[in-house]
Design a protein around this ligand. Structure first.
Ligand code: DGY
Length: 323
């Protein structure tokens, strides 16, 4: 029997967090950042009491039954759609996520993607690098207005609210939102956001921002029918999860200019991106980096580590997603 709990860090994380975990646990760390298959992960987890995951490792019944010693999985992500929560609860395994520490950074990125998409920054940079720029032209990469436009936010949790504040207070945007439940009046006033139905949001927003968690019910929340409800001048920004958007339907809508442009940080089946998206010019594509600043990624790993430390100290998980 080991005197210290045995912990696996499933992917590379900030070295200072590895060092902190080493003070508390017998740590095996994947700082080489090998991407393991589910079978390899199960193998690496043999004899481990806890694991720090990144959101790319699927924790399901098959893995749990292969790792009976496992007691806690600490995700360094706010989203935890990589967890089968009921299976974890049945197996008596604690799951934790990493909320709050990434809210403002992720909202910053949502805005960066919105600006890049509306103002065609990537398209115009490619044009310039390709030596195609001959002279100033009145309509050269003329994009969509951001300030004063209507921002429609689907999913009004912490990140959605942070985006609403940026839009309303920073850019004088009219903010409308749709969510499972309506915010209380004080929060609506602070965010200067008005609750509307999904159809009204899609048909009246100049920019639609997706910030909702991924669940079975949210699969293809934006598909052919929803894209058809959007304005032809509108943009669609997804910083939530792939799978919320039907990428094939979106690629068709972009190609046929049924909506103006899209900015996507997440993809169904990532890191593989639907090939049709790769060939349309009016889409900005980024590799799931909305929370990627050094400070925030370190804080996310730090919160996952705090969860492991608190749990094994018998004080319970800090940010549990089950039990
Ligand atoms: C999250 O926290 O869910 C992010 O998508 C991971 O970067």
């Amino acid at each position: 029997m080991h005197s210290k709990p045995r912990i696996l860090i499933a992917r590379a994380i900030s070295p200072e967090v590895v060092e902190r975990l080493q003070q508390h646990f017998d740590v095996q760390s994947n700082q080489e950042d090998v991407v393991w298959s589910p079978q390899e992960l199960a193998q690496q987890l043999q004899g481990k009491d806890g694991v720090l995951t990144t959101g790319s490792q699927r924790i399901d019944a098959a893995l749990l039954s292969a790792c009976p010693q496992l007691r806690i999985v600490a995700n360094m992500a706010v989203g935890y759609n990589n967890f089968d929560v009921p299976a974890m609860t049945t197996a008596g395994v604690q799951g934790t996520n990493a909320p709050d520490v990434l809210t403002e950074t992720t909202a910053d990125f949502g805005f960066a993607l919105l600006m890049a998409t509306a103002r065609r920054i990537c398209e115009s940079e490619h044009y310039l690098r390709a030596g195609q720029w001959k002279d100033w032209r009145y309509d050269l990469f003329a994009g969509a207005e951001v300030h004063g436009s209507t921002l429609g936010i689907i999913g009004m949790g912490r990140i959605g609210q942070a985006i609403a504040r940026r839009g309303a207070h920073g850019f004088g945007m009219k903010v409308i939102y749709h969510n499972r439940s309506r915010l209380d009046a004080a929060l609506e006033a602070e965010c200067q956001a008005r609750y509307v139905g999904k159809q009204e949001l899609l048909s009246s927003a100049d920019h639609v921002m997706l910030v909702l968690p991924f669940t079975q019910e949210n699969h293809h929340t934006i598909g052919e029918a929803e894209l058809a409800q959007m304005k032809p001048t509108a943009t669609l920004i997804n910083i939530a999860r792939g799978g919320i958007v039907d990428d094939a339907a979106l690629a068709r809508a972009l190609r046929e200019r049924r909506i103006a442009a899209a900015g996507l940080d997440v993809f169904e089946g990532e890191p593989v991106v639907h090939p049709d998206l790769l060939t349309v010019p009016n889409v900005v594509l980024t590799p799931h980096i909305a929370s990627a600043t050094q400070g925030t990624r370190s804080a996310m790993a730090g919160l996952a580590a705090d969860n492991l430390i608190s749990f094994f100290a018998g004080k319970g998980a800090l940010t549990p997603v089950n039990r």
